[in-house]
Structure formats: structure tokens, C-alpha cells
Design a protein around this ligand. Sequence first.
Ligand SMILES: Nc1ncnc2c1ncn2[C@@H]1O[C@H](COP(=O)(O)OP(=O)(O)OP(=O)(O)O)[C@@H](O)[C@H]1O
Ligand SMILES: [Mg+2]
Length: 241
Amino acid sequence: MRRFEVKGITKSFGGLAAVKEVSFTVTPGETLGLIGPNGAGKTTLFHLITGFIRPDRGEVRCDGESLVGRRPSAICKRFGITRTFQIVRPLAHLTVLENVLVGALCRTRSIRAATPGALSALERVGLADRAGDLAGSLPIGQRKKLEIARALATRPQLLLLDEVMGGLHSHEIEGVIALLKELKQEGLTLIVVEHVMKAILALSDRIVVLNFGEKIAEGIPSEVVSHPEVIRAYLGEEAVS
Ligand SMILES: Nc1ncnc2c1ncn2[C@@H]1O[C@H](COP(=O)(O)OP(=O)(O)OP(=O)(O)O)[C@@H](O)[C@H]1O
Ligand SMILES: [Mg+2]
């Protein structure tokens, strides 16, 4: 991937503009933090980028090619763009390894060929010892890790992470931050949606802030956290007056 771009993307549900005229670019190797209050449109933006929802208007481009109208599986396979889901729903009656194989089968049709990659993704997230257990038996912290492993097994170039730290204990959060830093060092491009500000500040090269579907700020972390619009969005009018 050389360049990833979202341009003027818009999606309404009934009368509600969930994402409104949002534009930004991501350069290879960069980690972009995507933040905003509950309901700001972060998850909807991920659905739009990865083909789960079609935008009403606007473009999503990877190396100049439009992704709009393509299926999620095609976007993953052809462009190496994979996302995790905020609400994790592993295939509960399959094993942990089988769940990750579902991701690995994006690159091959043979289970035998897919297995080494699936096992190494499980090792990466520290779940190798649970490979044979049913996914439904995992506690939330490990389900979140399974979600990351499934995404990694698709061998992404751009990975979109939707609150992978939500509901985790602080020691688990440190582990996930360390993993994401390693992935970044290896050259993976990341868009990280997270309410855990410590993680956003530790990981992001740049931050985009959404509020009521609109981009209200963009910049390096130190600029963004002191931006009056951002403080207003998070803390209310009185915080800036
Ligand atoms: N399928 C849908 N139908 C109707 N409204 C929707 C749908 N999906 C999202 N919305 C609405 O769009 C807005 C944006 O929701 P979204 O889930 O993208 O926010 P978010 O930034 O991910 O919030 P959170 O931080 O709570 O996860 C919200 O008002 C939400 O209720
Ligand atoms: Mg969300």
C-alpha cells in the first residue's frame, strides 16, 4: 500500500448523518488515532472503509483505486485492508484456532496451508495455549485478542482496530499497546479507534477527531488534545469558556 485516502465520505441513517463529509489520508507505516465521543461515527466509518456499508457519497481509495462497491472479502484480499469488530462475536462453537483459520483462509483455500499462519497469529497475541479450546469459552480479554489474531491472519497492510482495549484490565491494555507498537515497527499501517486515551497518545502519529459525524480536528497528538473544539466535544461548553 502506498497511500490510503477517504474523501468527502457521507452516510445517513434516516435523518441522522452518522458520517458527514469526512476526508483524511493515511500514509504507509503511519498509526492514525481516530477518536470522538460515543456515537461520533467511528465504527460507521470503519464499516464504510471496509465495504460493510456503502457510502451515500464520497470516496475511499487505496493507491488511487476506489474501494466503494467492493465486498469486504475483496477489500481484504486485494488491498490488504482488515478490521476488527467493536462487538466481538467469535464463532463460539469452533475452536480458537478454527476462528483464526477463517481469517487465514483469505490468502489460501487450503486449511493445511493456512494453519501455520493462524498458529503464528495466535502466538503473536498470546493465545497459542488456548488454540484447541472453544472460542465461546474465552473471557472478554481473550476474545479481544482472538479478534486481533483473526485480523492478523489475513496478513493485512492496513489494520483498522475498533476498541480492542475496551473492557480490558490495565495490565491487559499494556500488553495490547506493546503488541500494536511491535506491529507498527514491522511496518503495518494502523487506524486505531480507542477510548483509552493513554493508548491513543502512546500509539498515534496523528489523530483525527470526529463529533456528530464530522471531522472537527486533525493533527499531531499534542495539538489535538489542546484543540478547543476537541475539549468542547469531550467536556462540554463550559470547559472552554
Ligand atoms: N445501522 C444503523 N442504523 C441507524 N443508526 C445507526 C446505525 N449504525 C449507527 N447508527 C447511528 O450512527 C451514529 C454513529 O454511530 P457509531 O456506532 O458509528 O458511533 P461510534 O463513534 O462508533 O460510537 P462508540 O464510541 O459508542 O462506539 C450513532 O448515532 C448511531 O446510533
Ligand atoms: Mg463504535
